[in-house]
Design a binder for this molecule. Sequence first.
Ligand code: C2E
Ligand code: MG
Ligand code: MG
Ligand code: MG
Length: 287
Amino acid sequence: EAKSLGPGYLRVYDHFFGENVHSRLQLTADLKQALETKSLSVAYQPQFCAQSMKITGVEALLRWHHPEHGQVSPDTFIPLAEQQGLIGDITDFVCQTAIAELSTADLLGTSIPRLSVNVSGHDFDDDNSIQRFRNRFEAITDWSLIQLEITETAAINNFEKTFAVLTSLRKAKINISIDDFGTGYSSLSVLRKLPIDEVKIDRAFIRDIPTNEDDRTIVRTILAMAHALDLRVIGEGVEYKAQAEFLKKHGCSELQGYLLAHPMLLEELKAFCNSEQSHLKSLLVVN
Ligand code: C2E
Ligand code: MG
Ligand code: MG
Ligand code: MG
């Protein structure tokens, strides 16, 4: 039983759930129930302007605290939700919760200029996807406050449908970001056909900036390309000052990562927005 395996059980659980039909079904049932009882929560990770260190937005990240297994990673339950046809309900929940929480706290459009939501390739599958997205943002009058993050792989794999939906939403002022950029090996000529505002450099390329010349070259190349196409660029997974400095030096417009701020629930986010954020000021002195 996964539960009795001690502190490391989640990894073991993730592993065995891949091969075990019973636990998969059970976890699916549990996820359905969590959705119905709204016992999922949304964490928000701030994103910052590399120049001013002011908050430019937050990324909504779904959290599931399982009654027996504890925190289950979205890297486990999102693929499951995709396979089991639950992703539309997940996206509904995240949008609804994030908009309600940030609006009630009067953060969206004030201290927080933009809300980024992760969407799945499966969100573009049905014929009704455009309308379903529109319904999700009904409560917001200014849709330039909203950004959708879609992974490079999802966008390319389902190009026709993604293209149609993103084009329609972008006409309505919604921002589009390509998540995990650089991992999908997509050609620039394909990617530039999509109506996008931002590319998000994958953490895998940010991680070894301090030590790996090849990764520095890749990051510089992505930045040069994005500038030529007039796109915003955000670096994700920034954990060290050297990474932040390199990205800033080469013109990366925004930064996100544990160095700056962790994902946090609403109460903590409110406190964060009202605080001095003095740890960020030390990042400003360097050019
Ligand atoms: P992602 O969209 O690329 O999100 C970034 C992940 O990196 C998040 O993991 C975040 O907590 C983590 N992270 C942020 N800063 C750092 C850092 O400095 N270092 C390291 N090592 N990690 C950092 P998380 O929350 O576990 O989410 C994992 C993935 O699950 C996300 O990757 C996204 O693909 C998916 N996901 C999360 N929430 C949702 C959701 O609401 N809907 C959908 N469709 N997918 C989601
Ligand atoms: Mg993301
Ligand atoms: Mg990412
Ligand atoms: Mg990812």
